[in-house]
Design a protein around this ligand. Structure first.
Ligand code: ASP
Length: 654
């Protein structure tokens, strides 16, 4: 029949050194076929010239004849060799007998990180020589045959997780860096979580996985786009900064539930937690409200969460944008610890402290504070000095440390001018205990909150550097932030408005009238998902009314609506109410794995400056090759750039 014909063709295709694998593979193959729908543990050695992985062998395999492929991790006294593959390490005994001289020569002469295939028997290690730290530590391989598959030249760095190397070197030799267990773990965990997400969305909830174009055009109201030349003079594509418009158009097209593991591109220069290209789990649904999207995402994260972590507890708590700003000074609060911002204006109404008095005399003036518990124990005088300096340098804000209950007095003359009744008022309001330090600041609400929000995080880092555990490393603290303003004043021109999320976000139903009178006061149906102080997702219910969309684009945002005529037209043809969200996959995986940077969860990331240090992209092109695109490079007139130009030019010449 068809199946066995396919099977035997596949098996005949194998050429194996031992001639035994064919039989074993056939066994594992048919098992794969039978179990493929409900199987939990993947078959790692199907279709290939090995019987097992290095990392899977245990005492239960004793006596089995195995063939392994792997890299030589290290060799001890020409007696033992440790072989590594993605699954783990296993010890191989190099045969010492005269009759095995050829095998011995191969295994003793191959440099470290050479790739070899060995066949032999799984035997138990002699008593006392077991290694409990190694999962395969009870057994070793008694080798019969060995083959050098490829030898390894001198390496730029050792492939061992504990060997320190600069990130630039790791990125330059990324394929070697990927051999580390850490990178293997990160990328495999990422793959598993994405698989679970697909399963949840498509199989459990009827979503359709649809690809959208990556050659698109410039559109208004979003992040800066990368530009792609075309062969038509003066015409350019742009890489999409997200599939936003396409996913909305899919709803107009009646697809009802869309998702995509989508690559997005933003030309926003270098920022520590960003990459010019990154991946989103992009979602859109018809006939949904904010709660519907939130429950979907909670279920998605719960379902795809790694089983070795504490389970995700749902529903996630939720704060309004205004509450988040007032209590944490940011729209992405780290809710793993307290130290919230408290308004103490009323307590200090009659203060004699100059800058507090000043602030409170103004109409919008407030005094705010955070309480650093056990601050006097962990913070030194010079820490408090640098905190004050930080606030002054970065926020132009004065910050005053006071110690309402401390027996120790640091002779701050200003702090002493806090009156006794104010002191006891503060203690009551802020629940201050012995050894706590309070940081006070004053000014306009948003500014005072922002500076304390930043100091809250700075102090948390400081306290933790001094040994206090403030944020449980196993804790994942999710939070919805809702009721954002629809518009914010433009950064470069505060007289004009820009979208807080993007221009397709619907206003809050109860604020619609304000659109025509005080648009800056309109709240939106935009929600962000925050995890441990990082924004890991954001979305909104969309405008499905063409008239409203046109008004917001043209009148309020002053955008050129012609660029979006396709979308506006589509909304006029019976567009269903719809909404969606996108999760930043790189950042999510980074937090789940505890990796120091999102680059550690991306196989081939760009450097801080957006370069690929391995292949040297972006690279120059000879002007000949630019001709079909009708573009020309105009070199900056500065000598540094010229120097670079000539050095690139000379590297292009043979
Ligand atoms: N397209 C949005 C973004 O990339 C997400 C959304 O609104 O669904 O942030």
């Amino acid at each position: 029949n068809m199946l066995s014909c396919w099977l035997s063709r596949l098996c005949r295709g194998f050429s194996t050194p031992t001639g035994r694998i064919t039989h074993l593979s056939r066994g594992s193959l048919s098992r794969t076929l039978v179990l493929s729908s409900q199987r939990r543990i993947p078959e790692f050695s199907s279709f290939v010239a090995r019987t097992n992985t290095c990392g899977e062998l245990r005492s239960s395999h004793l006596g089995q004849e195995v063939t392994l492929c792997g890299w030589i991790q290290y060799r001890r006294q020409n007696i033992f060799l440790v072989l590594r593959d993605f699954h783990g390490l296993v010890q191989v005994v190099i045969p010492q007998e005269e009759s095995a001289a050829a095998v011995r020569k191969i295994l003793c002469e191959a440099p470290v990180e050479s790739v070899v295939r060995v066949s032999g028997t799984v035997i138990s290690r002699p008593p006392g020589q077991e290694n409990p730290k190694m999962p395969t530590g009870e057994i070793e391989i008694k080798v019969k045959t060995a083959e050098l598959l490829n030898s390894c030249k001198k390496l730029p760095f050792e492939v061992k997780d504990f060997v320190k190397k600069t990130e630039a070197l790791r990125l330059q030799y990324r394929y070697l860096d990927l051999r580390s267990f850490q990178m293997q773990y990160n990328l495999r965990l990422r793959s598993q979580m994405v698989m679970k997400m697909r399963e949840y969305l498509c199989n459990l909830h009827g979503f359709v996985d649809i690809e959208t174009p990556t050659l698109f055009k410039r559109t208004p109201g979003g992040a800066k786009e990368f530009v792609i030349p075309s062969r038509e003079p003066g015409k350019f594509y742009c890489l999409p900064q997200s599939p936003q418009q396409f996913k909305q158009l899919l709803m107009v097209g009646g697809l009802d539930r869309y998702f995509q593991v989508a690559r997005c591109y933003r030309d926003e220069g270098s920022r520590p937690d960003r990459q010019p290209e990154f991946t989103q789990i992009d979602i859109e649904m018809s006939f949904v409200d904010q709660t519907g999207i939130q429950r979907l995402i909670e279920g998605l994260l719960q379902y795809s969460w790694p089983s070795d972590k504490d389970p995700v507890v749902v529903p996630f708590p939720s704060l309004t944008f205004a509450e988040a700003l007032a209590s944490y000074g940011t729209d992405k609060p780290d809710t793993r610890f307290g130290m919230k911002i408290i308004d103490i204006s009323d307590v200090l109404r009659n203060t004699e402290v100059g800058f507090l008095q000043d602030a409170l005399s103004k109409p919008q003036g407030t005094v705010k504070a955070i309480c650093i518990s056990e601050g006097t124990k962990y913070l030194k005088r010079k820490d408090l000095e640098s905190i004050r300096k930080f606030a002054a340098d970065h926020f132009n804000q004065e910050v005053l440390p006071v110690f309402p209950k401390a027996s120790r007095n640091w002779n701050s003359p200003v702090a002493q001018s806090i009156l006794e009744e104010q002191r006891s008022g503060l203690i009551r309001l802020m629940e201050i205990r012995e050894d706590d330090v309070v940081l006070l600041t004053a000014g306009e609400h948003k500014k005072a909150c922002s500076v304390l929000g930043k100091l809250r995080l700075e102090c948390a880092d400081l306290l933790e550097a001094r040994g206090l555990v403030l944020r449980d490393p196993t804790l994942f603290s999710f939070l919805w932030v809702v009721d954002f303003p629809l518009f914010l004043p433009k950064e470069e021109n505060p007289g004009e408005l820009e979208s807080a999320h993007h221009p397709f976000t619907a206003p809050h139903p109860s604020d619609i009238q304000l659109l025509y009178t005080e648009p800056e006061k309109v709240r939106s149906q935009h929600y962000d998902l925050v995890l441990n102080g990082s924004e890991i997702g954001g979305g909104s219910i969309r405008i499905h009314d063409a008239e409203l969309q046109r008004y917001i684009l043209a009148t309020l945002l002053k955008e050129d609506v012609k660029l979006l005529s396709h979308l506006l037209q589509a909304l006029d043809f019976g567009a269903p109410p719809h909404g969606g969200i996108a999760l930043g996959l790189d950042r999510l995986i980074c937090l789940v794995t505890g990796a120091p940077s999102i680059r550690d969860v991306i196989a081939f990331p760009k450097s801080f400056k957006g370069h690929d240090l391995m292949s040297n992209a972006p690279d120059s092109l000879p002007s000949e090759e630019l001709k079909p695109y009708h573009i020309q490079v105009s070199w900056p007139a500065n000598s540094e750039a010229e120097k670079m130009f000539f050095s690139t030019l000379s590297s292009l010449l043979p």
